[in-house]
Design a protein around this ligand. Structure first.
Ligand SMILES: Nc1ncnc2c1ncn2[C@@H]1O[C@H](COP(=O)(O)OP(=O)(O)OP(=O)(O)O)[C@@H](O)[C@H]1O
Ligand SMILES: Cc1cn([C@H]2C[C@H](O)[C@@H](COP(=O)(O)O)O2)c(=O)[nH]c1=O
Length: 229
């Protein structure tokens, strides 16, 4: 495949020329593993910078919010609406201070989780009002949607077993199985409602097969976007 540089643009009234590619799914689906592989592979295909980031935790403020959100503490459990607002605050900071400037510069961004996680976890998982979450996502993102979302689909039990095997589990991972199953149902509904944007990938395949599938999908997208010939 031939490389093609992305046009760099930015500033008032200029278009965003970069691309936002999001990895989603329940715990232990293999997002981090695949993002690292995709970053190296994509960077070999294009002169445009390919950058990895995550939500929560893509900024300094976000790192603090991530710690507060994921550390387990018994004294004062985080209330569901407070949790929702903390994820939204992380996103607002991430978009304004990190994602938007890079997208204006023509960067390809690989982001571990984005707005669909809030719908799946706080909406389907916690049971908070979906239209409220959509409004909040709109405020935090200012309308910035992913160009493509890759949903790494694994059974909840398989994903949680993988995270347990990895070591200490965080506050969200400690939630009960029924919660994680509702989250999974959320991702399923989102994928059904957004077939153009969200592509499901079988995350139970072996790591190399998952990578091959992602590369195939991304190769087609990069051609469609005019980023490779
Ligand atoms: N396809 C796969 N088959 C088997 N194990 C896998 C696969 N992909 C990843 N793993 C393993 O599962 C664990 C979780 O993977 P990873 O951290 O990439 O998932 P994740 O989606 O980022 O998880 P989390 O959202 O919980 O941080 C790791 O130990 C990783 O090596
Ligand atoms: C963005 C976002 C994330 N979450 C949850 C999902 C996970 O349990 C953690 C993030 O950790 P991981 O290493 O990426 O798995 O936070 C959420 O509940 N709502 C969100 O909007």
């Amino acid at each position: 495949m031939a490389r093609r540089s992305l046009l760099i643009s930015g500033g008032e009234g200029q278009q965003m020329r970069g691309k936002l590619i999001v990895f989603e799914g329940v715990e232990g689906g293999g997002k981090t593993t695949q993002m690292q592989r995709v970053q190296v592979w994509l960077q070999s295909l294009t002169d445009a910078p390919v950058v990895m980031t995550r939500e929560p935790g893509g900024t300094l403020l976000g790192q603090e919010l991530r710690r507060l959100l994921l550390e387990y503490q018994e004294e004062e459990p985080i209330q569901d609406r407070a949790e929702l607002l903390m994820y939204a605050a992380d996103r607002a900071q991430h978009i304004e201070g990190f994602l938007k400037p890079l997208l204006y510069q023509g960067t390809i961004i690989l982001c571990d989780r984005y707005t669909d996680s809030t719908i799946a976890y706080q909406g389907y998982g916690r049971g908070l009002d979906l239209s409220l979450i959509e409004q909040l996502n709109q405020i935090a993102t200012q309308g910035l949607e992913s160009d493509l979302t890759l949903w790494l689909d694994v059974d909840v039990e398989i994903g949680l077993a993988r995270t347990r095997a990895r070591g200490k589990i965080d506050r969200m991972e400690q939630a009960n199985l029924a919660f994680h199953q509702r989250v999974q149902q959320g991702f399923q509904r989102l994928a059904e409602a957004n077939p153009e944007r969200i592509i499901k990938i079988d995350g139970t395949l072996n790591i190399d097969r998952v990578t091959e599938k992602i590369q195939l999908i991304l190769s087609q997208k990069l051609i469609e976007w005019g980023l490779i010939l």
